[in-house]
Design a protein around this ligand. Sequence first.
Ligand code: DUC
Ligand code: ZN
Ligand code: ZN
Ligand code: ZN
Length: 462
Amino acid sequence: MTTTQIKGGTVVTAADRFAADLYIRDGVVIGLGQDLNLHADTVIDATGCLLLPGGVDPHVHLDFPSLSTTTADDSNSGTAAAAQGGTTTIINFAMQQYGEPLPAALQRSVDQAEGQAVIDYGFHVVVRDLGADRIRGIDEIVESGASSIKLFMAYPGELMVDDGTLLIAMERMAAAGGLTMVHAENGSAIDVLARRALAQGHTSPQWHGRTRPTLLEAEAVHRATVLAELVGSPTYFVHISCAEAAAEVAQAKAKGLPIFAETCPHYLTLDNSVYDGDSFEVAKYVMTPPLREPHHQDRLWHSIRRADLDVISTDHCPFCMVGQKDAGRDNFLDIPNGVGGVEHRLLLLFDRGVRAGRISLERLVAITSTNPAKLFGLHPRKGSLMVGADADVVVLDPTGRTRLSVTSSPSRVDYSIYEGWTVGGAIRYVLSRGKVVVDNGVVGDHRGHGRFVARGATATPN
Ligand code: DUC
Ligand code: ZN
Ligand code: ZN
Ligand code: ZN
């Protein structure tokens, strides 16, 4: 039974901040306050630093199949990268094969991750089809602690479900007490635009963005919101990228519906000017939804402040330029969609959000830790630093500076969309259930420390 004291820091929660020492025993927070005079075997000096509850990133793809390949990161490299960036819990995806019972899909992913992860993890099940027997599986996966599913309204023939399947899944998930996540884009309409572009000889990666307009994102958010309202389903929209879709979410919330949504750091910090020019380098930025015109960023920040957007996840879905993205040199539809970045969320948002005066420190904690923990049934064990919570802690030095680069990341992807950026703030220590997994900014080899976390019911975020 070793005890650790983190001394001299300022604790930040989703609601306030205060000077306090933090005491940890057996991986759990046992004391929080000043002059507690508890015994400690190890002392970590956090003078001048902020103590944040470990990040919860509810949208990360590891060991994830796409087109004819699999993400560059697995449960080991991806969670090591997450830890380096101050994330102590990720929720990955378990992909249902067509015709497969949902519990079998979940078990396959649980088995694959066993003994690999550095930090704690859970799974959402990606639902691709729902025969009568598969519907029954929804109750079972929720009982097993995978209390969320994801449905795609895009990628016809690969992942897309029709509106009827969406409706049934939402209804069943609501009855089981779980949360339905939706990738909202009108996949059929996008398919027409993309095939038309190809037929006209437009094969380069620029056309990925040009054939996925904001209106088709907003339309899908609206349509899914109507279905969710009809069956009373708590629904979470992933990767909201534009003003029109954010407006749909705001409208649904104003109606009092249990609609929740996230955006991602890339939509807040990059815009579609990166798609200019003819170079295949543009494939680095082939993510879905694509990057938008600059004016959308202001609306997304506004929505974050107003709590119309609840979470910022990374949608870490990395594919190498060499050997993966380059499969699409002659056809942009063959470029696997996604970018890395699980390791950069906290510092990017600290710099571009807090330091730039766009959001408060407390809001930063809410959208990167407390809210995702609540929505995905992990709170208060995760997403808080209260006594009894898991000792998942980030020690952030607000006066430090960090250069973001793929070369210093445990991620196995071969490039970063943030390469060479310097941000204010530095992550000194990260503790996962009391274990120091990042020491003086360096992530150690802690393969197998991370455990599967069974998640419960959705709670309403801040
Ligand atoms: N959607 C995701 O959520 N991640 C990667 C690609 C995609 O389309
Ligand atoms: Zn998606
Ligand atoms: Zn609408
Ligand atoms: Zn994703």
